[in-house]
Design a protein around this ligand. Structure first.
Ligand SMILES: O=C(O)[C@H](O)[C@@H](O)[C@@H](O)[C@H](O)CO
Ligand SMILES: [Mg+2]
Length: 382
C-alpha cells in the first residue's frame, strides 16, 4: 500500500481535518491544528507531505521519525501539530486495514470507561452555576472553568477576591457533589499565582491548570510545594523532550498533552508512559473536534494513569459547529452519565461526513483568540 494524497480542510469553528488517501482506496483522517494558526499548520502538513507520498502508511514509527528528524529545525506547536494530525490519520488507516480500533493495536483496553469533563463559564467565568446545573442533568459531575480574568504581574486584592468568589459560589452551591478544575490559562504570572493559589486552597479544586505559562515551568515545583491542589499542564508542550524537562523538574501532578499538538497518538502514548513512571496522571487536553477526541480516547483506553478526558461539547469556542457535527456515526461515540465508553469501530472509529466537510470548508473562519489588555493598556495573557 502507498500514500497517494493529503488533503486538508480548515473548518468552523477553528479546526482542520486531514484526509490521507492510499493506492488501495483506504483513507485515514486526522486533525492537525493549532487554534488560531490553522493556515500555518496547513502549510506545514503540505511541506511534510513530501516525505509521505509513495510511502507505506503501515510504517508509522519510521514515518514519524522521518517527519520529526528529517528537518534540522524541529519541535514546537506548528510542526508537532502537523505531525500529530498525520500520525492520527496513519493510525486510522492501520486500524481500517487490520479491522481493529486503535486501542486494540496498542495492546487493548486497560479500563472499561473514562470520565469526561465539560467546560463551563466561558472566557470570563459567568453563569457557571447555571451551566453546571444544565450539564448535571445529562450526567456530568466534573467540570473546568477559567480560574480568573486578565491578571497583571502584580494585581489587586479585588481581582483575587473576584476570582475566589466564583469558586466559593460553586462550592457553596454544590458542596463535594461535583469536581472542577481551574484553568489559569497562563493568564497569571508567578508572583500572583502564589497569592491566588493560596486563597483557593480551602475550596479544593480538582486541579489548577497552567498556573503559570509553560515557559515558566520551573515554577511548577515551587508552586506545588506551597499547595495541596494538584498542578496540571501540557497543552503547550509538544514532544517527549518538552515533557521530559517538566517531569524531571517535578511539581506536576497531571500531564495534559494535546493529541493534535504533541505529535499525535504515537508520541502521546509514549508521553503517557513517561508520566506513569513519575506517578503523574494523564488527562489529555482536547478543546477541539472529533478526530482529536477519538485520538485522545485511543490513548486513554490503553494508559493506566489516564484519569479524565476533556471534550468540547458546549465549549465557548464552538461557534459555527459543534463537536459531532461532521461525524456520520455519532452513536459510536458512546457517552453516558459523563463517561466515555470505547468505540468499537476500526481505526479512530470516526466516519467523517466528507460532503459536509467539503461544503463547510468553503466558509472556514480564520479564528483568532482575542488580544486582551490590562487597565494600563499593556497586553494581557488571554
Ligand atoms: O484547557 C483548555 O481547553 C484550553 O486552555 C483552551 O481553553 C485553549 O487551549 C484554547 O483552545 C486556545 O485557543
Ligand atoms: Mg487549558
Amino acid at each position: 500500500m502507498k500514500i497517494t494524497k493529503l488533503t486538508t480542510y480548515r473548518l468552523p469553528p477553528r479546526w482542520m481535518f486531514l484526509k490521507i488517501e492510499t493506492d488501495e482506496g483506504v483513507t485515514g483522517w486526522g486533525e492537525p491544528v493549532i487554534e488560531g494558526r490553522a493556515r500555518s499548520v496547513e502549510a506545514a502538513v503540505h511541506e511534510l507531505s513530501e516525505y509521505l507520498i509513495g510511502k507505506d502508511p503501515a510504517r508509522i514509527n519510521d514515518l514519524w521519525q522521518v517527519l520529526y528528524r528529517a528537518g534540522f529545525y524541529r519541535g514546537g506547536p506548528i510542526l508537532m501539530s502537523a505531525i500529530a494530525g498525520i500520525d492520527q490519520a496513519l493510525w486510522d488507516i492501520k486500524g481500517k486495514v487490520l479491522d481493529a480500533p486503535v486501542y486494540e493495536l496498542l495492546g487493548g483496553l486497560v479500563r472499561d470507561r473514562i470520565k469526561a469533563y465539560s467546560w463551563v463559564g466561558g472566557d470570563r467565568p459567568a453563569d457557571v452555576i447555571a451551566n453546571i446545573r444544565t450539564l448535571q442533568e445529562i450526567g456530568f459531575d466534573t467540570f473546568k472553568l477559567n480560574g480568573c480574568e486578565e491578571m497583571g504581574i502584580i494585581d489587586s486584592s479585588a481581582k483575587i477576591d473576584a476570582a475566589v468568589a466564583v469558586v466559593a459560589e460553586i462550592r457553596s452551591a454544590f458542596g463535594n457533589t461535583i469536581e472542577f478544575g481551574l484553568d489559569f490559562h497562563g493568564r497569571v504570572a508567578a508572583p500572583m499565582a502564589k497569592v491566588l493559589i493560596h486563597e483557593l486552597e480551602p475550596f479544593r479544586p480538582l486541579f489548577i491548570e497552567e498556573p503559570v505559562l509553560a515557559e515558566q515551568a520551573e515554577y511548577y515545583p515551587r508552586l506545588a510545594a506551597q499547595t495541596h491542589i494538584p498542578i496540571a499542564a501540557g497543552e503547550r508542550m509538544f514532544s517527549r523532550f518538552d515533557f521530559k524537562r517538566v517531569l524531571e523538574g517535578g511539581g506536576i501532578s497531571i500531564l495534559q498533552p494535546d493529541l493534535s499538538h504533541a505529535g499525535g497518538i504515537s508520541e502521546c502514548f509514549r508521553i503517557a508512559a513517561m508520566a506513569e513512571a513519575y506517578d503523574v496522571a494523564l488527562a489529555p487536553h482536547c478543546p477541539l473536534g472529533p478526530l482529536a477526541l477519538a485520538s485522545c480516547l485511543a490513548v486513554d483506553f490503553v494508559s493506566h494513569n489516564a484519569v479524565f478526558q476533556e471534550q468540547s461539547m458546549g465549549i465557548h469556542y464552538n461557534k459555527g459547529a459543534e463537536l459531532f457535527d461532521y461525524v456520520a456515526n455519532k452513536d459510536d461515540f458512546r457517552i453516558e452519565d459523563g463517561w466515555f465508553y470505547p468505540n468499537k469501530r476500526p481505526g479512530l472509529g470516526v466516519e467523517v461526513d466528507e460532503e459536509l466537510v467539503i461544503e463547510r470548508s468553503k466558509t472556514a473562519p480564520d479564528w483568532r483568540n482575542p488580544v486582551w489588555r490590562l487597565a494600563d493598556g499593556s497586553v494581557a495573557e488571554w
